[in-house]
Design a protein around this ligand. Structure first.
Ligand code: NIG
Ligand code: FE
Length: 433
């Protein structure tokens, strides 16, 4: 019989989210009533009804057992698009935009992203780290256990490296799993004003090789849009990145469709993100190449735009993920559960598709389907315990940090009002991630 190190039992609903990559439909969640989850060596050992637990799993005096009293258990959530590391605030722009000033006009006038670049360059390493850690802890309170984190507020070799090293330090200190992305092509920095082509060469010839040598990023992203970077520049940067071992992903179609979906498909990008503007041909290309769409309803909400309808994506066969886009300009939120609410009410995802969008499909957008964002046997034991009676309440009761307890690799890393362990001892060693 299987020997468990940790057991969670009497979950009102245990939502396992079988991975789509292993054939599950996108609205199939694998809900087990009065469920139990057994964990060993940081991975899911067994999941099933609490009544069947004793027949399948061996309990030893060391087994940590938690009685969940009907709370809901899901895989730890995955936020596949954030701009985690930045200093400074932008509430003044929020008001300007509400009064009608366009986002790209503020950027062209040297504000927007560039104002955050100034604040970030001026901040010390320790201050950047402190801000990132505080944000990560807020993410955890919404049940997030894996998070993609982009650079992009440095825009020079020195400062992009500094931000990626901050992400690396945060990953060593904070339990949330971090996936680092280089976004040096987020805007043209002031030193290269009017010399965009020269900045692209700097990214391709200096920044990318340095990041690859230090192994500081797994992905490379580009902000492809009108007045930012062109399709040809995005292609050059992402192709060089791929040759250096950084997988492509792309900000595309936030304000205008420049063909980013097709480019993402051609480069076999892990995801194309935003896609407020995308053609039917773009969606067909993404579906064929297996590129996940990461929709960012927080950005639309904060910019007073309409978030894109998810139904054309689903009809075309494009997997849809949701992310916060956590950033000071267009989406100042850590609340991934709120993205589910907007996904359901404004983007017409079913509640089940919305939950998959922040678990399995979000994991797919990070090349991790089957490993995180699911409680399938053998997956990482990253688990969110929510203080709700039905998983659909996560989107229905909105704006609230519902998580009560969070485990990463089978270890309780966060708990609101500690749920007391009713037996077992501490002292298991964690594997190195
Ligand atoms: O994803 N669109 C580009 N980048 C961010 C916004 C960055 C900022 O305004 O600081 C986004 O929305
Ligand atoms: Fe973004």
């Amino acid at each position: 019989m299987l020997e468990a190190e940790v057991i969670l039992k009497h979950a009102g609903q245990l939502v396992t989210v079988p991975p789509r990559a292993r054939g599950a439909r996108d609205d199939e969640l694998g809900v087990i009533e009065d469920g139990a989850l057994a964990i060993a060596e940081g991975r899911v050992l067994w999941a099933g009804p609490t009544a069947a637990l004793a027949r399948h799993v061996k309990v030893t005096p060391r087994t940590e057992i938690y009685h969940l009293h009907g709370r809901v258990v899901t895989p730890g959530l995955v936020d596949p698009h954030t701009h985690l590391v930045f200093a400074g605030t932008r509430e003044h722009e929020f008001a300007l935009r509400a009064a009608g000033r366009p986002y790209l006009e503020i950027l062209a006038a040297g504000g927007g992203i560039l104002s955050t670049v100034r604040a970030t360059r001026a901040a010390s390493d320790d201050e950047l780290l402190r801000l990132a850690l505080a944000r990560l802890s807020r993410c955890l309170s919404f049940g997030v256990t894996t998070l993609e984190a982009k650079s992009g507020y440095g825009l020079s070799l020195e400062h992009e490296l500094r931000i990626l090293r901050t992400i690396d330090r945060a990953a060593q200190i904070h339990p949330v799993r971090l996936v680092p992305t280089l976004l040096a092509a987020h805007a043209v920095p002031p030193e290269f004003k009017g010399r965009q082509a020269a900045y692209v060469r700097h990214v391709v010839d200096e920044i990318l090789p340095a990041v690859a040598t230090e192994r500081l990023a797994e992905y490379c992203d580009v902000f492809l849009d009108q007045g930012v970077f062109t399709l040809e520049q995005a292609r050059r940067i992402l192709e060089r990145a791929a040759r250096l071992g950084l997988r492509p992903r792309l900000h595309a179609g936030q304000f205008s469709d420049l063909g980013g979906a097709q480019l993402a498909a051609r480069l076999h990008a892990a995801s194309a993100d935003h896609l407020e503007h995308v053609s039917a041909a773009g969606l067909r290309a993404m579906a064929k190449a297996g590129v996940t769409a990461v929709l960012l309803p927080g950005a639309a909400l904060s910019l007073g735009m309409k978030p894109p309808d998810a139904r054309p994506f689903l009809r075309a066969g494009v997997p849809v993920a949701l992310a916060t886009d956590l950033n000071p300009g267009t989406s100042m939120t850590e609340n991934l559960l709120l993205m589910m609410t907007i996904g359901v009410t404004q983007q017409k995802l079913t509640p089940a598709q919305a939950l998959r969008a922040v678990t399995d499909h979000a994991a797919a957008a990070l090349g991790r389907s089957g490993r995180v964002g699911t409680l399938a046997i053998g997956a990482e034991a990253d688990v969110a315990v929510f203080d709700v009676a039905d998983w659909r309440q996560l989107a229905w009761h909105f704006g609230v940090p519902h998580a009560e307890m969070v485990l990463i690799e089978g270890e309780v890393v966060w708990s609101r009002d500690p749920i007391r362990r009713i037996s077992g001892r501490r002292g298991r060693r964690r594997r190195r991630r």
